[in-house]
Design a protein around this ligand. Structure first.
Ligand code: COA
Ligand code: AMP
Length: 636
């Protein structure tokens, strides 16, 4: 007898057009598609070609027309604003705000196909701006607030936005982060200049608007004419989301309208087990893919209530913050990163604060962004008494590649595994020659093409880079750049990245990007940045610097300078605070830096002396350097 998951998974792979064609009936189309899957431009696949729809209509208008107007669509919960703020928008109210803001954007010259950069803290206006772009058929690109002006400038030059939407400040626990100086610096740095900036004035920071460029959000809303939905092609881009690549140059992941709406709406039930009307909370940030997919689009497409939380797991005000939000808003399922639970576990190991709250409505905790370590999994299971579901995905995929699908068949949880491939995904573990490895063997995790709807069709203005980065190494497959294995029961295990991406507090960062910054310091001859294991954040970046000969300055000063440079160029989110000056980097005789060996030393793992190392003594220096920066590791 086969289970619903297996049936659905087989059907999705054997008859993708039939399967996704049926799933697509869950979305309202202004014009039905001609073809479910268009392979004519392979390896560029397109879903629902010929179809037309509007994503905002599907997220808001159709629910109001269908009788959900008075239901809560979005609850803004901010423990960081004056004494705490909770504000609920019904579907009707959110629709009014979005239609009016679409009018503001249109008046500022934004039209279908134009780009709009959204550089906002976690306020409802961020979601309103995203949906307003979708309403106009404009393409939004949200930039996370923890990035520095330079990163924003790079994105401005790549996306070439007609307008930028921002706010006077964000709030980090109790620290006000002024956004306008960052925005102004970014616009100065960028070659492309937006026609207009629409600025939300927050009471925590005034900020002075620039005459002729800046528009006050609140003032503009008073006189704007609400704008209707503009139908777009299913294949038209909905958004660009920049993510770390292997260099400092971020990749602009493109998401289309049709496949995205179809897939995300379907995942709410199939993966998360949610019904329309349920309260779903994704404790992430709209600047990340999790925020795009599961704070804004998927819950609203599915008629759920979503929570936009401007706070942290700890410190706002205490490690009971998540329990308060779950109980106060009757959350049925929550999604966050394991690092958030590690922070709570660290500050309240016995979950004493949980006793203060009624979590009876809470049914499932979903974790992603990094592997859920077994300790965190068990801690959450023991204290919450609900299934804790690790699931695996990437910015590129937009939704889960592997999960325990709560709306299909619930399988026993195996610690360390995100369970099985979600319907739509043909996940295979391959060797270097593109052949499947034996069950249980580690290899490159790849997904057979075509990828399901809602995944990246390409990179913004970079078709070649898309092919090179994802499709060329394993012909016929999408390379996830994760390595792992599949066990005899079909459970997948994600073990490591195969590139230089590291994962810091659930945030994806490029060590190559950080190395570019360190290398630009005038005293640095060579450098390497690695992610070392960290109990709280999963990984932390650590830099090793070799100075140019003749440099006689104090090492500590140079370290301080490079730390400041990474913060200045990439942003605080890089969490780059540790670096050490060493005499030489360990290399092979052919000059390749032995990153794997440094990594093992830093993580206190056993390692073999590489046969090709040019000077074994240099490894002792790495150990001493790690001790110097407080990462004392005794060699086993
Ligand atoms: N704007 C400005 N600065 C920001 C920021 C933002 N939106 N987000 C983070 N930062 C800053 C932080 O204040 C911190 O600054 P500091 O170096 O001055 O202390 C720095 O960036 C690093 O942030 P982070 O790595 O998040 O560390 P933290 O110590 O502030 O918090 C956690 C640790 C675990 C509590 C936090 O990372 C967290 O809640 N993570 C949840 C995971 C998550 O949301 N993942 C997204 C994908 S699901
Ligand atoms: P991002 O694009 O920021 O979502 O990061 C994607 C990367 O995070 C993946 O390629 C993995 O390396 C890692 N990742 C995300 N979720 C998981 C998970 N559940 N288990 C293991 N690694 C994960």
């Amino acid at each position: 007898m086969t289970d619903l998951y297996s049936e659905t998974h087989s059907r999705s792979l054997n008859d993708p057009e039939g399967f996704w064609g049926e799933v697509a009936e869950g979305i309202s189309w202004s014009k039905k598609w001609d073809k479910v899957l268009d392979s004519s431009g392979a390896p560029f696949y397109r879903w629902f070609t010929g179809g037309e729809l509007n994503t905002c209509y599907n997220a808001l208008d159709r629910h109001v027309e269908g009788g959900r107007g008075d239901q809560a669509a979005l609850i803004y919960d901010s423990p960081v604003t004056g004494g705490g703020t909770v504000k609920t928008y019904s579907y009707s109210q959110l629709l009014d705000e979005v239609a009016t803001f679409a009018g503001v954007l249109a008046a500022a010259g934004v039209a279908k196909g134009d780009r709009v950069i959204i550089y906002m803290p976690m306020v409802p206006e961020a979601a309103i701006a995203m949906l307003a772009c979708a309403r106009l058929g404009a393409i939004h690109s949200v930039v996370f607030g923890g990035f520095a002006a330079n990163e924003l400038a790079v994105r401005i030059d790549d996306a070439k936005p007609t307008a930028i939407v921002s706010a006077t400040c964000g709030i980090e626990i109790n620290r006000v982060i002024e956004y306008l100086p960052l925005l102004n610096e970014a616009i100065d740095l960028a070659s492309h200049k937006p026609d207009a900036c629409i600025i939300l004035k927050r009471p925590e920071a005034d900020g002075s608007l620039q005459e002729g460029r800046d528009i006050d959000w609140a003032e503009a809303m008073k006189t704007a004419t609400p704008h209707d939905c503009v139908p777009v092609a299913a294949t038209d881009p909905l958004y660009i989301l920049y993510t770390s690549g292997t260099t400092g140059e971020p990749k602009g992941v493109v998401r289309d309208n049709g496949g995205h709406a179809v897939a995300l709406n379907w995942t709410m039930k199939a993966v998360y087990g949610m019904e329309p009307g349920d309260v779903f909370w994704s404790a992430s940030d709209v600047g990340w893919v999790v925020g795009h997919s599961y704070i804004v689009y998927a819950p609203l497409l599915n008629g759920c209530t979503t929570i936009l939380y401007e706070g942290k797991p700890v410190g706002t005000p205490d490690p009971g913050a998540f329990w308060r939000v779950i109980s106060e808003h009757k959350v049925r399922a929550m999604f966050t990163a394991p690092t958030a639970f590690r922070a709570i576990k660290r500050d309240d190991p016995n979950a004493e604060l949980l006793k203060k709250y009624d979590l009876s409505a809470f049914e499932t905790l979903f974790l992603a962004g990094e592997r859920t370590d077994p300790d965190t999994l068990h801690w959450a299971e023991d204290h919450l008494g609900v299934p804790v579901i690790d699931h695996w995905w990437q910015t590129e995929t937009g939704w889960a590649i592997a999960s325990n699908c709560m709306g299909l068949t619930q399988f026993p949880v195996k610690p360390g595994s995100p369970t099985k491939a979600v319907p739509g995904w043909d996940v295979q573990v391959l060797d270097d020659d593109c052949n499947p490895v034996a069950t249980g063997d580690i290899g490159a995790i790849c997904c057979k093409l075509p990828l399901p709807p809602g995944t990246l069709p390409t990179l913004w203005n970079a078709d070649e880079r898309y092919k090179q980065a994802y499709l060329e190494e394993y012909p016929g497959f999408y390379k996830t750049a994760d390595a792992g294995y599949i066990d005899e029961e079909g459970y997948l295990y994600i073990m490591a990245r195969t590139d230089d991406i590291i994962n810091v507090a659930g945030h994806r960062l490029s060590t190559g990007g950080m190395e570019e910054v360190l290398a630009s310091h005038p005293d640095v001859a060579e450098c390497a940045v690695l992610g070392v294991a960290d109990d709280l954040k999963g990984q932390l970046p650590v830099g090793f610097l070799v100075l140019k000969s003749g440099v006689e300055r104090n090492d500590a000063d140079i370290v301080k300078e490079v730390v400041a440079m990474v913060r200045e160029k990439i942003g605080p989110v890089a969490a780059f605070k540790l670096a050490a000056v060493i005499q030489r980097l360990p290399k092979t005789r052919s000059g390749k830096i032995l990153r794997g060996t440094i990594q093992k030393i830093a993580d206190n793992e056993d390692y073999k002396m590489p046969a090709t190392i040019d000077d074994p003594a240099i490894l002792d220096e790495i150990e001493t350097a790690l001790e110097r920066i407080g990462l004392a590791r005794a060699r086993k």
